[in-house]
Design a protein around this ligand. Sequence first.
Ligand SMILES: [Zn+2]
Length: 119
Amino acid sequence: MKGAYVLIFEVLKDCEIIVGKLGLTFFKKGIYYYCGSAQNNLEKRIERHERKEKKIHWHIDYLTTNKNIKMISSEKYENCQKSKECELAQELFKKKYNQIKNFGCTDCKCNSHLFYKNE
Ligand SMILES: [Zn+2]
């Protein structure tokens, strides 16, 4: 089953994390929303995000493997195109969530695929 998803996780305290080529990035304590998609196996992709031990491949892996991050839940959108992940990002942007600029969007035109809510 292919599809798109939103990962919801908590940054437990203010911290700085090196995110690959983005470099050292500041993350404020709070609840975060990351939009992504899987063209093959949606369930398996989400299980991968929930694991702490893995080879780093995407920006999001730098966060999910960090001890200051706790996964909360995920929303799944089955059988949709890859562009759905960008639509989900746009929805969060319209809700005026804050964004971590250039995160998770190296292969599309969005400003970000990672958002957080101000407390
Ligand atoms: Zn996008």
